[in-house]
Design a protein around this ligand. Structure first.
Ligand SMILES: [Zn+2]
Ligand SMILES: [Zn+2]
Length: 267
């Protein structure tokens, strides 16, 4: 059955590529979810299932409407979660009217739902595009989510950048690709610096480096500094190059694959 399911992958790709709108295409179900759509199961679950091109063509309409239902469900679950997170973080001055605008904020970026082995973050629904190449698992409505603390941690990272280069980043305009372009060693945590420095510079290796890219910094703040009543520590930003040098060859290399950088799992 597994082999019969996998044989549907080109069909899944073709259906997905047939969607013209970028956002709608991203919201097309990941392969793991596609396989459990009611109209897809009959194409591979029965032992004698061997759908012809005509069978696949005939199933298309129903599959696309089930895919749309999936998209609507995961989007509305995420929107509810996102509004709650921003309300909890008290970052909105007025009641929320424009959900699309809220989703595009870089403070709305969410971690890849594949789990701890991937530290990629992106806004919704771009994160689904990444997930499709990162994992073959199925998502649940709550797989893609953020929290008030995550919103605040991303804000803390943005503040660190603007502290050094005023106006460089803006929650409403900056893209996650631009945050990745700041480099894998752009940030360190002021609170953790003293005890880490005690190891001595000779002991530094990549594994012990106190410097992190933006998404690891956010993860660090969430894992190490969110005890009850704790306020987030100061984040220190070190530009990749002096602010006056606008050459960005390194930045281009880092964001080569559509702005997503899959970092190693350690953080
Ligand atoms: Zn991932
Ligand atoms: Zn720290």
């Amino acid at each position: 059955m597994r082999a019969r399911g996998l044989a549907l992958k080109p069909y899944w790709s073709a259906l997905q590529s047939s969607i013209v709108s970028g956002d709608d295409r991203m919201l097309f179900p990941p392969f793991g979810n596609f396989l459990v759509l009611p109209s897809v199961s009959p194409l591979y679950v029965p032992e004698d299932a061997k759908p012809s091109q005509e069978d696949l063509q005939a199933a298309r309409g129903v599959i696309m409407s089930e895919a749309q239902a999936f998209a609507a469900e995961i989007r509305s679950a995420f929107v509810a979660n996102l509004v709650e997170a921003h309300n909890g973080a008290r970052t909105l001055d007025s009641p929320l009217e424009d959900v699309d605008k809220l989703m595009r904020l870089v403070t709305s970026a969410v971690p890849c739902p594949s789990g701890a082995y991937c530290s990629t973050s992106a806004t919704f629904p771009a994160i689904l595009d990444h997930f499709k190449v990162c994992s073959s698992a199925a998502l649940t409505a709550s797989s893609v989510s953020t929290s008030p603390m995550r919103v605040l941690a991303i804000q803390r990272v943005l503040a660190a950048v603007n502290e050094v280069e005023p106006g460089k980043v803006d929650a409403a305009k900056t893209l996650t690709a631009e945050l990745y372009a700041l480099g894998n060693e752009a940030f360190h945590c002021e609170a953790c610096l003293p005890q880490q420095a005690a190891v001595g510079p000779a002991a530094w290796s990549n594994a012990h480096s106190t410097k992190m890219g933006w998404t690891k910094m956010v993860h660090h703040l969430l894992v190490r500094h969110t005890m009850l009543g704790q306020t987030l520590p100061t984040v220190i930003y070190t530009p990749l190059k002096p602010p006056s040098d606008s050459g960005d060859a390194a930045a281009t290399a880092e964001t080569a694959s559509g702005g997503f950088v899959v970092e190693d799992a350690e953080s």
